[in-house]
Design a protein around this ligand. Structure first.
Ligand SMILES: Nc1nc2c(ncn2[C@@H]2O[C@H](COP(=O)(O)OP(=O)(O)O)[C@@H](O)[C@H]2O)c(=O)[nH]1
Ligand SMILES: [Mg+2]
Length: 247
């Protein structure tokens, strides 16, 4: 029997947030579904996250813990976790934003009502944002660039909260290749190319890390080194190859 929903939480060194996130996601899932699994992918954490997860899994029969791959492969880890289960809905939520679990029930209802994909959006009207300026500027530039190139109309590609219907995931998954952060953008571009119905849900978002300005700049630079080559790959795949195949 397929599950009604599989909900994945990617986690790397999340000893501060993981208990609250697992508990709040589990409570939200109880409200929304009869049969479900909460699946934490522990990506080589070096803090006490693995021990905490072992304890949580002993207490919670609906929690599965699986091991991630190398660091930075969040997309690949979520992808692999989805592939392990047969489910009507697949979703994921970043571990450091437990308050986002409040959106699981409304997002699940939208999928049940016929949407292919529901994504959290920090930039849609009605959203509330508490984020360092450097990251807001870079993220805004990134989303606008993707829109200018691909015309996909999505305002927030990279928010760590997304749900997919079974059919949407079955169609997208064989085509998704990115392993790192840009996997989110890739799955949305594939979905748009297939004419899927995507709902951007305005959310209230707070960057929880409390990084120093130097750490924020360093994150922006490391993101640039990952997102710029990925965007060039997307141009090749979704624009150039697409045009050649039509010629
Ligand atoms: N699978 C996996 N997850 C990761 C990795 N690094 C961070 N995460 C998780 O991915 C989510 C987003 O990471 P975060 O550092 O908060 O990114 P930000 O929100 O863009 O600043 C969090 O739940 C992290 O625990 C990783 O290397 N692999
Ligand atoms: Mg985060």
């Amino acid at each position: 029997m397929p599950y009604e929903c599989i909900f994945v939480i990617p986690a790397r060194n999340e000893e501060k947030s993981i208990v609250e996130t697992v508990n709040r996601v589990s409570a939200a899932m109880e409200q929304a579904f009869d049969s479900f699994k909460v699946v934490v992918v522990d990506a080589s954490s070096t803090d006490s996250t693995p021990q905490i997860l072992e304890r949580l899994a002993r207490e919670n029969s609906r929690l599965d813990v699986i091991s991630g791959t190398r660091p930075h492969q969040k997309g690949f880890d979520i992808h692999n976790a989805f592939m392990k289960y047969d489910s009507s809905i697949y979703g994921f939520l970043d571990s450091d934003t437990p308050e986002m679990s409040q959106y699981i029930l409304p997002a699940a209802n939208l999928i049940k009502g016929g949407y292919d994909i529901v994504i959290g959006s920090r930039y849609k009207g009605g959203a509330k944002l508490d984020r360092p300026k450097s990251r807001v500027v870079v993220s805004g530039l990134y989303n606008k660039t993707i829109n200018a190139i691909f015309g996909d109309g999505i305002l927030d590609h990279q928010c760590g909260f997304k749900l997919f219907s079974k059919n949407a995931w079955a169609a997208i998954s064989p085509l998704a290749r990115e392993k790192k952060w840009p996997w989110d953008t890739e799955v949305l571009l594939i979905a748009r190319g297939m004419g899927m119905k995507i709902y951007e849900m305005p959310i209230s978002w707070r960057d929880s890390r409390g990084r120093t300005p130097i750490e924020n700049i360093s994150r922006v630079l490391s993101d640039a080194s990952i997102f710029i080559p990925a965007t060039l790959r997307f141009i090749y795949r979704f624009k150039i190859l697409h045009r050649l195949s039509k010629a």
